[in-house]
Design a protein around this ligand. Sequence first.
Ligand SMILES: Nc1ncnc2c1ncn2[C@@H]1O[C@H](COP(=O)(O)OP(=O)(O)OP(=O)(O)O)[C@@H](O)[C@H]1O
Length: 242
Amino acid sequence: MAAKPCICVEHVSRVFGKKKVLDDIALAVERGEIFGMLGPSGAGKTTLVKLIAGIDQATEGTIHVFDVKMPHLQAMKRIGFMAQSDALYEELTALENLQFFSAIYGLRGKRQKERIEEVAELVHLTEHLKKTVHHYSGGMKRRLSLAASLLHEPEVLILDEPTVGIDPVLRQSIWAELERIRQQGTTIVVTTHVMDEAEKCQRLAMIRDGRLIAVGSPNELKEKTHSETIEQAFLYFGGAHQ
Ligand SMILES: Nc1ncnc2c1ncn2[C@@H]1O[C@H](COP(=O)(O)OP(=O)(O)OP(=O)(O)O)[C@@H](O)[C@H]1O
């Protein structure tokens, strides 16, 4: 029997006022895959990942993570979430921020120190930990947010545009790291606008105007549409061929 999906989204809609931002979304994310969500600005990607992370609630439909109906506090402790806007304390140093977040996740003493060193190294911020976040560049804040989401080694990692404002070299090393933690069994959901990042995902969901227009591996999506690039495939599914 096939293993149950790690994340199961069934008939999910989200309405804000009169606007249906997500419309009848159904998808399943397998354990240990990097699952990308691709779509233009305003498509509904952030809204969907917030529902999966349990920080917002669907108007209709259900979301299960680890077989638990979201939102659920215990399940949320096993999830790492990196929001699009950095939720950092600007007046504190980077180190104090990481200490604060690790305390929330229940990391203390030696383990806390070790994890802070590991995640800081990973995002190349070791030399800058004593700086006040207020003095950080946009890219440094993104890297610090990513480090914070990794502190407690979550089983599911949800990243909303993690590499915006990050230079290409560091972007590559962050993706190499995501691949490494995936191989250790972490399930990763990531939203992106960047086509070469989409290629690095095991599977992709293409989202437009709150609807799921296609799901599959990058190769499947390209083959199905006789496209050479993910961008062409997206345009095809979005109706550009009609
Ligand atoms: N709290 C809210 N109240 C009202 N409308 C909202 C709210 N949150 C999101 N929306 C609307 O929902 C739509 C989808 O937004 P969302 O941020 O999910 O898109 P996105 O695909 O993540 O875009 P981007 O790539 O620019 O981040 C937008 O039209 C947005 O204005």
